[in-house]
Design a protein around this ligand. Structure first.
Ligand SMILES: [Zn+2]
Ligand SMILES: [Zn+2]
Length: 320
């Protein structure tokens, strides 16, 4: 037990030290300054060539989303996730040890060229995340957690990291075993994480950048805006892609009926959703808030341009 306690305490002190060093020492491998730089870059693009020109440069919830960005990227790790996940990993390894398993590595990728390792990590992780994102829309409880991200009513780059801390837990837990089986170490994550963060900022930004045929591979603002549509076109929504739109095209969950520049965003009764950070954190745990899952919801819109909500579910090709 003492071992777990020591891990718990040292996780806090290690991470606090790490965060301090990050802020004090700008360098190319520094998450803090990459996040800051990427954010300024996309903010500048939004100011120079906005897609929705009437949208304020400092849009609704801009500062709240800025706080979410810092919270989810750094503070949540500092406050607890780092400690809990370190204990989880240690306990999991101890459990495997009881069965005589030293590690989970099933595929040895360390001998591959670095580019092949990074590409594999990126593709595997993004595909897992696409599936987890679908799950967030399908489970009634997880949907309540995911609603924070969908409560955005004016879209901009900073909305990317507006999500409930519960999502971090769900994604990390479900990613852990498959990624550990491939034998990726934490040092592999930096480049992939920065690349994925760049695309995530891009997807949410208020800019228009046609990608040509690359739109079938990479997610983009013109596609992701439909994922945030207030009136979800299909039973569980569409366009679940995180970095890649490829999975949505492959598994027929892509939906771009028209230019989505000015569509209403959010969900039914988004106006009643709590506006403050603290209230949003508690929201999923208050049973009275349980709205029916989109699964059971009646068609949300009378808009004739939306597809028939009764049409057969599109994304049955992949099961979790
Ligand atoms: Zn979503
Ligand atoms: Zn989004």
């Amino acid at each position: 037990m003492e071992k777990y306690w020591n891990i718990f305490i040292s996780s806090f002190t290690d991470y606090a030290g790490y965060l301090g060093r990050e802020i004090l020492n700008p360098h190319w491998g520094n998450y803090f300054y990459w996040l800051l730089g990427l954010s300024l870059f996309f903010w500048l693009l939004e100011m120079i060539a906005p897609w929705r020109q009437h949208q304020a440069r400092i849009r609704q919830d801009f500062w709240l989303d800025g706080f979410y960005m810092f919270f989810n990227f750094f503070l949540f790790s500092l406050i607890g996730f780092n400690a809990i996940s370190n204990i989880g990993v240690q306990a999991f390894n101890d459990l495997l040890g009881l069965f005589g398993i030293q590690n989970l590595v099933a595929f040895e990728v360390q001998s591959w060229p670095v580019w092949a390792q990074l590409l594999t990590l990126f593709l595997v992780r993004d595909f897992i995340q696409w599936n987890v994102h679908r799950l967030l829309h399908r489970s009634a409880f997880l949907w309540e957690i995911h609603k924070v991200h969908h409560s955005v009513q004016q879209m901009g780059f900073a909305a990317h990291l507006r999500f409930h801390w519960g999502e971090t837990v769900v994604y990390r837990v479900l990613e852990y075993i498959p990624l550990a089986m491939i034998g990726f170490g934490i040092q592999d994550f930096f480049l992939v994480h920065i690349f994925a963060t760049s695309i995530g900022h891009f997807n949410h930004s208020n800019i228009r950048l046609p990608l040509g045929p690359l739109k079938y591979i990479f997610n983009n603002p013109q596609m992701h805006i439909w994922h945030h549509a207030k009136h979800m076109p299909l039973k569980y929504g569409a366009n679940y892609g995180i970095s890649l739109s490829l999975w949505d095209y492959l598994f027929q969950t892509a939906y771009l009926p028209e230019d989505g520049r000015d569509i209403a965003l959010g969900f039914e009764e988004v106006e009643k959703y709590p506006p403050s950070f603290i209230a949003q954190q508690w929201y999923p745990f208050k049973a009275k808030n349980y709205a029916p899952n989109p699964v059971e919801m009646e068609p949300a819109s009378e808009d004739p341009q939306l597809k028939d909500p009764e049409e057969p579910e599109l994304n049955s090709a992949v099961s979790l």
